[in-house]
Design a protein around this ligand. Structure first.
Ligand code: TUI
Length: 318
């Protein structure tokens, strides 16, 4: 067993959190992760409040363990989704893709554990002052919408800057990663891409296969011109986006239109040509599709073996 203060705070067995991926992190995956002793997080995406409420209730039907809801701060339903989380008394809310300042006070008042995803030391310090409970520090190796600092430098800098537990994200998929995160001072890891390749995840088989077949250089980032870089596996869609991004006479609105709905297309239809196959650089390390429980057990026992072996590297001299 590996126990950190994150486990105590969240009432979970293993310090492993599943990223709240839009369209991907549905009750099936979330309940499986929480049942296995990690923390599952529903992907709120930009879904309307009633849909989020249904997803919460469906997850509750499948598990009585704690789970969370991810709220991307760009959702047009921000206030209403926050209200749903409060009404449904969810244990944890994770925010992403922005500054959570507007949603922290109502969630705190409702006694909900708040874990913002941040990509920089500056935002980590700001959210700690707002009174959040823990932080996911996410490096630019991650899939989807990303910041611009890589995980290895980001984690220790965030750990030094705040007192609350830091959860490392961006580039984690195995026990070596978990052990490394703990060595950097993190209290746990969050994984997204690795959890897509589980049997419970509802993503189309083509999506999972695309990750399993990927190598270390399979992903690329697009959307820099829009100020929202997104990492996805290279395909005709990312090539088209890159070409159009370079064209001076295409408007930002047209680029946004080109990206809209493309993640859903890949997740639900398995369209690997026109869809956006968001995934992290760690895709090249993922070789199988396994149940969430098997994955979590494997990662924990790998990390235990590594941590147990570490003292043998230390030579004590007289
Ligand atoms: O949110 C994510 N990853 C996502 S959201 C998403 S949905 C989407 N769909 C279609 C196109 C684009 C996106 C896919 N992937 N991760 C959490 C995260 N948040 N990573 C980085 C950040 C972040 C970045 C900057 C958080 C805050 C921030 O600061 C903004 C500020 O105001 O300082």
């Amino acid at each position: 067993m590996i126990k950190t203060r994150l486990c105590t705070m969240l009432g979970i067995t293993h310090p492993i959190i599943q990223g709240g991926m839009a369209w991907v992190a549905t009750p099936e995956l979330v309940a499986a992760v929480s049942e296995a002793g990690g923390l599952g997080i529903l992907g709120g995406g930009n879904a309307p409040p009633d849909y989020v409420r249904d997803q919460i209730r469906e997850t509750r039907r499948r598990t009585d363990k704690p789970f969370g809801v991810n709220i991307p701060l760009f959702t047009p339903y921000l206030d209403d989704v926050v209200q749903v989380c409060i009404e449904e008394r969810v244990a944890v809310v994770a925010t992403g893709a922005g500054n959570p300042a507007p949603v922290v006070p109502p969630l705190k008042e409702a006694g909900i554990v708040i874990i913002p995803v941040v990509g920089s030391v500056a935002l980590a310090k700001r959210v700690e002052r707002m009174g959040v409970d823990a932080i996911v520090a996410e490096g630019m190796e991650s899939g989807g919408h990303i910041g611009d600092v890589a995980t290895l430098p980001l984690i220790p800098q965030v750990v030094d800057a705040v007192d609350i537990p830091v959860i490392a994200a961006g580039g984690f998929a195995d026990g070596r990663g978990l052990a490394a995160a703990l060595a950097l001072g993190a209290a746990g890891i969050q994984m997204g891409t690795r959890f897509i390749c589980t049997t419970e995840c509802i993503a189309h088989h083509n999506y999972k296969e695309k990750i399993v077949r990927a190598n270390d250089r399979a992903t690329i980032t697009t959307g820099h011109r829009l100020g929202h870089p997104v990492r996805a596996i290279k395909n005709p869609m990312t090539r088209k986006f890159q070409e159009l991004e370079r064209e001076a006479d295409i408007s930002e609105e047209e680029l946004i239109e080109l990206g809209t709905g493309k993640l859903r297309l890949a997740v639900e239809q398995g369209d690997m040509v026109n869809g956006s196959v968001m995934a992290g650089q760690i895709s090249g390390l993922i070789h199988d599709i396994v149940p969430a429980q098997e994955l979590i057990e494997r990662i924990v026992s790998e990390a235990e073996a590594i941590l147990n072996q570490m003292p043998s590297y230390v030579i004590h001299q007289e």
